[in-house]
Design a protein around this ligand. Sequence first.
Ligand SMILES: NC(=O)C1=CN([C@@H]2O[C@H](COP(=O)(O)OP(=O)(O)OC[C@H]3O[C@@H](n4cnc5c(N)ncnc54)[C@H](O)[C@@H]3O)[C@@H](O)[C@H]2O)[C@@H](O)CC1
Ligand SMILES: Nc1ncnc2c1ncn2[C@@H]1O[C@H](COP(=O)(O)OP(=O)(O)O)[C@@H](O)[C@H]1O
Ligand SMILES: [K+]
Length: 494
Amino acid sequence: MKLFSASQIREIDQATIENEPISSIDLVERAASTCSDWIIEAYDHSVSFHVFCGMGNNGADGLAIARHLALAGYSVQVFAIAHRSSGTSNFTRNIERLAEVKLDVHYVNAKKEMPEVDETAVAIDAILGIGLDKPLRGILKDVVQAIQEGYDHVISIDVPTGLPSDLDSTIKLSECVEATHTLTFQFPKLSFMVAGLGEYTGDVHVMDIGLDEEKIHDIDTPYHLTTGYDVVGIRQDRKAFSHKGDYGHALIAAGHKGMLGAAVLATKACLRSGAGLVTTHIPSMGCDVLQISAPEAMVQLDHSETSITSIPIPKRITAVGIGPGLGREKSSFNALTALLEDVQVPLLIDADALHLMSITDSWSKLPANSVLTPHAGEFHTMTGVEFGDSISRLEAARRWAKDHHCIVLLKGAYSAICDSSGNVYFNGSGHPAMAAGGSGDVLSGLITGLLAQGIAPLKAAILGAWLHGRAGEEVAIDRGEHAVVASDLIDYLS
Ligand SMILES: NC(=O)C1=CN([C@@H]2O[C@H](COP(=O)(O)OP(=O)(O)OC[C@H]3O[C@@H](n4cnc5c(N)ncnc54)[C@H](O)[C@@H]3O)[C@@H](O)[C@H]2O)[C@@H](O)CC1
Ligand SMILES: Nc1ncnc2c1ncn2[C@@H]1O[C@H](COP(=O)(O)OP(=O)(O)O)[C@@H](O)[C@H]1O
Ligand SMILES: [K+]
């Protein structure tokens, strides 16, 4: 799915109005009825809705939603926030239409005019959407604060009020509605994808409002969100007369004393990727551990008992993954450097291997099209980008992928897969249950196995991240989000 900036979304809105054709007021009506349908499905009549509306089109959506909910028999109160002297024509027309359901509008000019809140009240935030063009001040700031303080449950329409939609917005986040649900029109907004901003949306629900498909197709954007639809066909169905040799042979180089579990996790995930054969190179002390926990894998033992010191590449290997639990010893660095010179097949670099390359500044040796899978900490070591600044981190990852002709899979809640042409594919699956040690080892084993099957590096990264996240979602349902460990993810790979 393509993701767009606020100005591109306006262009698509406009194209819809002109080409369908549909009037702006009818488009607002369509947007509002998709939201009210969703709300009616999700809430019974024991709740009462306090609908807060700005004076632009987001507010117009709110007024129309209020009308639909009143028609459906809900208790509804409507509050218009007087942040400017007059509303848009869509706003004014929807104010008039409230008379059809005998709803009054309460204009809020000061915080003290906010309603009393009881435990049945659910706030609907239709104050500002993609039109946010400056930080909230005055009455807007006060109202957002009052919503934050007063309501446990908030449904934001399109965008939580106060949240910039774009990644390059110059508006510093100050006051912002923290939504329970965000009903967003047609596309999640770019800011939803990054830490520090995405937290404000709560659960995101995409409302299809039938925007112009041709325009969506024609407008270029570097940003994409992977959905189940996007990964269909990346991995081919297995052929009836195929054999293991048809599905590649992966080499995993992982583990040192005290971190052999990382090698086990990566190996088991690689086996579950569909790769025909998996060989794991480990320190010799790991032999029994690996053979018992992953009997399907072949083991190649290092001369060293406790760490990896050289990595011969067996014949007919079709992809190599290096890094999980590798350790940071000089001898392992030497093994890594020799591997970089020898390797002729797709390569994935993760974890300690990324660290070793960073502290020795060995990036010039990186083979083109390699897949790197850093988390924020590893990416900080690679580039020096501050840990807390998710937008700069994303930009730096895009630059890095371009400069080094590689794929950077920046891990996080919406992992960002950056390619060498500047595209970013956010991963749309996943669950916070996955925020636990070893999850990343599973991902790197899985992607290595996909590379081994001949899937191109970008597609392997996209599919691997998707399957990994789906496993997290499924296991969180079955085990409960607190009890998930990385091994569980392997059991749920499909
Ligand atoms: N254009 C269309 O036909 C559609 C628009 N839709 C809705 O329209 C919204 C966008 O509408 P608008 O462009 O009217 O913008 P908003 O309703 O988001 O904002 C209204 C106006 O408030 C002002 N404003 C922004 N930030 C402010 C601040 N911090 N302090 C004071 N004033 C501020 C701006 O002048 C802005 O244009 C979308 O988010 C969506 O909810 C949907 O109904 C779908 C169709
Ligand atoms: N809140 C979250 N939501 C979705 N996925 C997450 C979340 N937190 C972590 N993950 C995923 O879990 C994995 C964690 O990887 P990583 O931090 O490298 O773990 P480790 O180093 O312990 O193996 C990544 O793939 C990341 O995308
Ligand atoms: K809003």
